[in-house]
Design a protein around this ligand. Structure first.
Ligand SMILES: [Zn+2]
Length: 300
């Protein structure tokens, strides 16, 4: 695993501007199977009708970045209702046509997350809220961490059995998964969620590279780990927590092992550039903020 990363404030901020302006010239489409690098960009924990300023700040970033948008759960506070989703629509709705969402716990405040499925239609996948798609040369899996609403997330659950079958049917060189609740998090509000371990185990067994989550309202990046939280440079999965979509900020707690980057005062989006055999990550902050995190990883 080669790893280069830097988080300098001034230099990285300039890099962010350069990247944004060069993206503007690119076309949005990254058809499956293309050798062109594909872009996946987004965050979770997004729009609150009582204060949309954070969601507006991240929506402005997305408008400048071509690629597929990942909305990583808790899109519409407080209850994922039709009215709450109308507030989401005022901001991230501007990139809805290229958004592939994952549901969060707030979407399931509404029975069966029905307003969420009604709003996104086919883009949200089947009613279980988990599905997969191809992006460039990568296989992308979207999961539902609201286990109690879908019959559990244990090793024998319908979702984990679907995940294992999906990964077996798509033996791509590079695989990324995103869903709402992280297995590993140093966030003070939630922290680690061991209920997610069977999902992690299935992805680890299939040699997946990257997992993106939200739920804790901060940014965090971990070094590649195994599902038990052990450092694993050979086969480990790199996890990002990107609960920075605009809802609010919450402080970090004591750092969990292998946590390499943290920030709890900046809204922003994670941009992943997915190449054949490798990926670049870049946290892009809202206008006026300087926190950055970027680097490169290789597929297993
Ligand atoms: Zn949540």
């Amino acid at each position: 695993m080669e790893l280069k990363w830097f988080a300098g404030v001034c230099a990285a901020g300039a890099l962010g501007l350069l990247t944004l302006s060069s993206d503007r010239a690119k076309v949005a489409a990254n058809p499956a199977g293309s050798d062109e690098p594909a872009v996946l960009v987004g965050a979770g924990d997004i729009a609150d009708c009582t204060d949309l300023s954070g969601a507006e700040a991240t929506a402005k970033l997305l408008e400048q970045i071509a690629g597929t948008v990942m909305a990583v759960g808790d899109l519409a506070y407080p209850d994922g209702s039709k009215e709450n989703l109308a507030c989401y629509d005022k901001t991230w709705g501007r990139v809805k046509a290229r958004t592939r969402p994952a549901p969060g716990n707030h979407e399931f405040h509404a029975a069966g997350a029905r307003p969420y499925f009604d709003y996104f239609g086919a883009a949200a996948g089947p009613k279980g809220g988990y599905y997969s798609y191809e992006l460039g040369t990568w296989h992308i899996v979207v999961l539902n961490s609201e286990c109690k609403d879908i019959g559990g997330c244990d090793a024998g659950s319908r979702e984990v059995r679907w995940l294992r079958a999906d990964l077996a049917a798509h033996p791509a060189a590079c695989t990324l998964a995103y869903w709402h609740k992280p297995l590993f998090s140093s966030g003070s509000a939630h922290g680690n969620d061991p209920e997610m371990r069977p999902l992690w185990q299935a992805l680890y067994d299939a040699n997946a590279e990257v997992i993106v989550n939200g739920h804790d309202h901060n940014y965090e990046r971990f070094a590649p780990q195994n599902p038990d939280g052990g450092s694993d440079a050979a086969r480990g999965i790199r996890e990002f927590v990107v609960g920075t979509g605009g809802k609010n900020h919450r402080p970090m707690a004591l750092s969990k092992p292998n946590s390499e980057s943290q920030n709890a005062d900046t809204f922003g989006v994670l941009k992943l550039t997915l190449q054949a055999g490798a990926y670049d990550w870049q946290f892009i902050p809202e206008a006026g903020k300087s926190f950055m995190d970027s680097g490169t990883g290789k597929c297993h």
